[in-house]
Design a protein around this ligand. Sequence first.
Ligand code: HEM
Length: 410
Amino acid sequence: MSDVPAPTLFTWEFAADPYPAYAWLREHAPVHRTTLPSGVEAWLVTRYPDARQALADARLSKNPVHHSESAHAKGKVGIPGERSADLMTHLLNIDPPDHTRLRRLVSKAFTPRRVAEFAPRVAELTNRLIDSFAPRGEADLIHEFAFPLPIYAICDMLGVPAEDQDDFRDWAGMMIRHGGGPRGGVARSVKKMRAYLLDLIHRKRSDLGDDLISGLIRASDHGEHLTENEAAAMAFILLFAGFETTVNLIGNGTYALLRNPEQRRLLQESVGRGEAGLLATAVEELLRYDGPVELATWRFATEPLSIGGQLIGTGDPVLVVLAAADRDPERFDGPDILDLARRDNPHLGFGHGIHYCLGAPLARLEGQTALGALLTRLPDLQLAVEPGELRWRGGLIMRGLRTLPVSFTA
Ligand code: HEM
């Protein structure tokens, strides 16, 4: 043990810059038992090899029924509101064989080709949003750009009619504002979202289109079964998993570029020349350097097991700290340096193993389109406040800014 005392986790200072605390944990307590702000006890896994192993370990279940404190931790683990809205049967809460069946079904509908065909629509949405604030010379990039883009994109892809999409914007806004705080409003929003999705699935059954929900219904017609509740839970998890994550990719990513002017200049020049190569590695590096998902979602030990030499008891929750693993100096050269051209970059920002992010192709498309457009359309974009004035949202799983005030030539 070093003379440096163990860091205090989950404070406001920690939220602003958790990386020094993660460096301490990696070195001195790489598998560390802690009490979370909710009162739940969990193991934090911070080294890259341990993290990668844990993410792929079949003895770690995603199903909260395996939590040793299950009864009284009810509502304290998982996505706020999902229990009371009866939306538990989604990919992030289940194990094989159910996970295998549902993932196969959704993969038939949510294909890389569907995402590629969606590129012009993402570009159109991106430009429309930039048009709405460009003449002002200033904006809050979280509320006016990073927040609406993914919600409209995923609504479009699912087949939510345009006239209903602002309801989703409101529900999602409630979830993002209060995700780590009061749960009553969030639970109500999640219930409204579920009722809407069930109704939409019902309507689509008799009027199939080429949207993702119709694709899900079609996929389930080919011999495999998807209950109406599973379909609603699937649409919900696509919305939930694809929303705040992408907000944070655009927000944290833009912020990192503004803090690293030399790297930003290189990217701006490359995008200006119409190249795609650096933009692609840049998005991967931004995912590694300050990724949207700080901790992977909950896992529970189904039997006693060892991670990094530490014994984990049956029922113990395990949280893999992706943000810490992705700065492990044993795996990444100069891990605290932003290097947009980094080649050897097997980051864990999208997870690893059977729960690897299903939406990674869409997230990459949105991240590359949004950052590319910001840099070309607002070339002198700069922060409008001191970095110390920025506030980070205090949720457990996600890492993202509350606001990102910027200025530029109108
Ligand atoms: C799973 C990250 C965007 C849908 C995951 C996981 C991570 C992740 C780390 C694994 C969680 C775990 O193992 O506990 C991200 C990041 C994104 C992003 C960083 C944006 C930059 C999206 C988008 C969608 C999406 C746009 C869909 C529209 C999903 C789904 C899962 C998932 C459905 C669960 C997969 C499974 O359990 O089999 N994501 N995600 N994600 N993501 Fe993403």
